[in-house]
Structure formats: C-alpha cells, structure tokens
Design a protein around this ligand. Structure first.
Ligand SMILES: Nc1ncnc2c1ncn2[C@@H]1O[C@H](COP(=O)(O)OP(=O)(O)OP(=O)(O)O)[C@@H](O)[C@H]1O
Ligand SMILES: [Mg+2]
Length: 275
C-alpha cells in the first residue's frame, strides 16, 4: 500500500504496527487514527507500549506496518519533509551541553521556520509560561521548567497549525508529567487551542482526569495492543479501567457535559494500626 485514501489527508494513521525489541514483541498489530482538529490522547499502564508506538510512528524504532501523515506514507518522506509537518516531544530529553533556554527553543526554528519567524521562540516561551527565562541556563532549571522549554522548542517547530491548507502535528510523550496543576492546564489549553486552529495533537497521558477534560479521542493501550478507542465517555469506564489498570477506579461524571472524572480510592487497611 503506498497511497492512503483522500479522506486521510488530515489524519495521522498507524496501520498494523508491530514492533519487536530483542526477543519481546512490544507492539502487536496496532491500528489507530488521529484526526486534525482534535486532541487524541494515548493512555495505558506503564510498559503498555505508548512510547514505543510514538517512536514507531515517528520512525525512531524499526517496525512493520505503515504510518500515514496527511495521506502520505511517512516511509517515503525525508527527515526534512517530516520535520516541516510534525514536531515530537520525547518522554525525556537529556541536554549534555551548557545551552541557554533560548538556544534550546531556537533549535525548533531550524527544522521548520525561516529567519522571518525569529520572533516565534519568544512567543513559544510565553505560551508555556516561561516569559523572562530566555537567558537562563537550561541545566539550572527545575524539572518542570525544563519540560516546558522542550515543549516551547516543539511548538516553535510547527508554530502555525495549518500550512497551505494542510494540518501540522504535535506529537507529545507525557507533556504534563512533571508539571504542577496550573501549568498542566496551561499546556493542555495550548494543545486544545492548536487543535481548534486546525492542527493535530497526539499526546501520551497518564492523568485520566486531564484526558477526560481535554481529549476528544482516547486510545487505551494494554500489553502492546489497543484495548479500546473512542471518546473519553466511551473509553474511561469503571469496567475498562479496572480491567486495564488492575485496580478499582470508580468513574463519576460532571453535569451538564457528563465529562468523566475519577476519584481513585485508597485501599483500606484490613486492620487499624495500633500504636
Ligand atoms: N530496547 C528494548 N528492549 C526490550 N524491551 C523494551 C525495549 N524498550 C522498551 N521495551 C519494553 O517495551 C515495553 C513498552 O515500553 P514503552 O516505553 O513503550 O512503555 P510505555 O507505555 O511508554 O510506559 P510508561 O508509561 O512507563 O512510559 C516495556 O515493557 C519495555 O520494558
Ligand atoms: Mg512511555
């Protein structure tokens, strides 16, 4: 198969992705479609294959199956063509050299933008709540600040969500993992805004409440396969979550939109501890 159907021109599609790492089959025939204009969240337990799926879709790990980006087979696109259409935030980033914050964010410029866009890195820093940080040394920042610098670099790369009528894509692996609740909302709002302006967003998430609030579409992974896909209401149910996470997670809903919310209950001690 070399050409996806025309309806796929605003989609990121993974078709029958299988990944073998050493002797382990880490992904088994994974299929999913993300549509531009929506936020797609990939959720699932530790080790279920979320990062491997993103890395297969971005060509960083050998796999069988196909990945189509806006209707094009990514195996046929050059690294530069890919970098102009999608930006990837890995789960963790190590910077070994003493760069300033602005130098890190400006790395995004070389991939997709021209000199005329030189104002973008500062705007990106502002968008992630790091106004005034541009001259700071990256190594001196807190974990959450570093994570937001990396996000600023990524959004710099694909700053405009649409180019020539085609969507661009943010592919984010746990973008809010180290963030406080206020900055979690800043970043999730940013992803929603990007999608509202026509771009595509695929984000690996662990926080199921944020997922319910901000995602349009949820892909639930379990043991290297897709266990469920659909809206948050369809996927985030007591039964599915208990089965997937092996722990009771009662799901409630907030009126009037019936957005699911979870209040995990601490397991009670079987007998009180006496002192
Ligand atoms: N190079 C490798 N060789 C063998 N197994 C690997 C390798 N890399 C990852 N794995 C295994 O593949 C499985 C999926 O890993 P992956 O990083 O995709 O999980 P994840 O869903 O992103 O988990 P987390 O929520 O902890 O980030 C894990 O069991 C992991 O141990
Ligand atoms: Mg991961």
């Amino acid at each position: 198969m070399t050409q996806a159907p025309p309806s796929a021109t605003a989609q990121l599609q993974a078709i029958d992705i299988t990944v073998q790492l050493g002797r382990r089959q880490v992904l088994r025939q994974v299929n999913f479609t993300a549509t531009a204009g929506r936020v797609t969240a990939i959720v699932g337990p530790n080790g279920s294959g979320k990062t491997t799926l993103l890395r297969a879709m971005t060509g960083e790990v050998a796999h069988s199956g196909q990945v189509y980006l806006n209707g094009a087979d990514t195996a046929r696109l050059s690294p530069w063509e890919l970098a102009a259409v999608r930006a990837v935030q890995p789960q963790s980033s190590t910077i070994a050299f003493p760069f300033t914050v602005l130098e890190i964010v400006r790395l995004g410029l070389s991939a997709g933008l021209s000199a005329a866009d030189s104002h973008v890195p500062l705007q990106a820093l502002e968008a992630v709540g790091l106004h005034g940080f541009s001259g700071r040394m990256y190594q001196d920042l807190s974990g959450g600040e570093q994570q937001r610098v990396q996000l600023a670099r990524v959004i710099t790369q694909v700053w405009e969500p649409m180019v020539d009528g085609a969507p661009r894509w943010l592919i984010l692996d746990e973008p809010v993992a180290s963030l406080d609740i206020g900055h979690q909302f800043t970043v999730m709002d940013l992803t929603r805004n990007y999608a509202a302006r026509g771009g595509g967003v695929v984000a690996v998430m662990h926080d199921l409440n944020l997922t319910a609030m901000f995602a349009d579409h949820v892909v639930l992974m379990q043991a290297g396969a897709v266990a469920a896909t659909g809206t948050p209401q369809e996927v985030l149910t007591d039964e599915t979550l208990a089965r997937t996470y092996s722990c009771p997670v009662p799901v409630n809903t907030t009126p009037p939109d019936k957005i699911p919310f979870l209040l995990p209950q601490a397991r009670r001690r079987s007998s009180p501890v006496s002192t």
